[in-house]
Design a protein around this ligand. Sequence first.
Ligand code: GUN
Ligand code: ZN
Length: 428
Amino acid sequence: MKAYRASLLSFSGREASLEPDGLLLVGPDASGRQIVQAMGSYQALAARYPNLTVEHLPGRIIAPGFVDMHIHYPQLDVIGSPAEGLLPWLENYTFPHEKRFASPEYNAQAAPFFVAELLRHGVTTALAFATSHPESVDALLGEAQKRGLRMIAGKVLMDQNAPDGVRDQTEQSLLESEALIKKWHGVNRLGYAITPRFVPSCSAAQLRGAGELAAKYPDVWIQSHVAENAGEIAWVRQLYPQSRSYLSVYEQFGLLRPRAVYAHCIHIDDGDRALMRATGTAAAVSPTSNLFLGSGFFDHVNADRAGVLYGLASDVGAGTSFSPFHTMLAAYCVGREGQTKPGVSLRPQHLWWQHTAGAAQALGLEGVVGNLAPGCEADFVVLNPQATPLLARKTAQAGSLDELLFALIVLGDDRVIERCVISQAVPA
Ligand code: GUN
Ligand code: ZN
């Protein structure tokens, strides 16, 4: 058993609590997974475990590893590509770039870089798009397996409205997806996600096949995009004039259910929210991406009112940062300026929850990751609230947990992540 003494951040529902002088005990469960065995105040726990060797981390906070609900592995180098909006951005930067991932040699250097970048920013669980090339899934999941990350990923389905080099073939794409499910889903900490890119890039036959796979493999994830941008929505309306909404196209093909995660969900209405709630479908909220592409603002207030599951996501490479701190800050700013006037001031602990325990719940991984509760997999970050001179000055003045968390959200970045410990040892 390993023991760490530090401040401990954990969640009960959306409420965070901080144990200022805590003890975290990590050890294997019956199947050999490293899990949180106990956590609480040092005073109370140390007496119960008298012969432990304790690693003392004074001045540090141990917090759950971050959960990124939506990220694109092949868009590492697409970050910061300027475009008028989503569709020209896809055509001019994203699709040409994703062509490179057909090559195993290209993947061999990109996948280790991508996974290392996640860990450097304290992200220990991610739901990721690969490209349409099965090789890209093998490279990403192979690397995640090596580093011990909890990674869910899928081969992108895109059999129309896309250029040669990334466009796939309907029947073949579904066979490849099923073969990848069999190869990777449930292996170590890995999962598979059926990944239709978005309605315009998938034929009806491909969406139907994706829905059939989703019914055949109910614990496999589904990931896609919905209602991000006005031009995209108009295009979907042309393709499916009979559908009540963009989201209901996915419903029609059996692609809304628990473990289905849709990025953006910006331009949706209460009918869509009710459909998400009824089907257990979750939203991946991607504020840096939505600001960067001028897509719009996620409506937290109405999502909560309707009981929609959601959590935060970087959406790299339309998103501008791997850093959960940057994403939480952007979500805060969007709440202030967003759809619901006069805007809301999202609580810092609610923002943090959206990137940890809340995101885990939205992925169907509540009690597995995203928290430091006993039984959770032992993924955590060691935070240094004094990582920069200004952070040290500001966090020293925090008079409440929300003030402390907000100082980290506003001023923090990868410098705050002193260590990222995952349930399996990360090789140096
Ligand atoms: N819609 C379809 N593909 C994409 C993508 O790669 N990024 C974003 N942000 N939206 C999409
Ligand atoms: Zn995306």
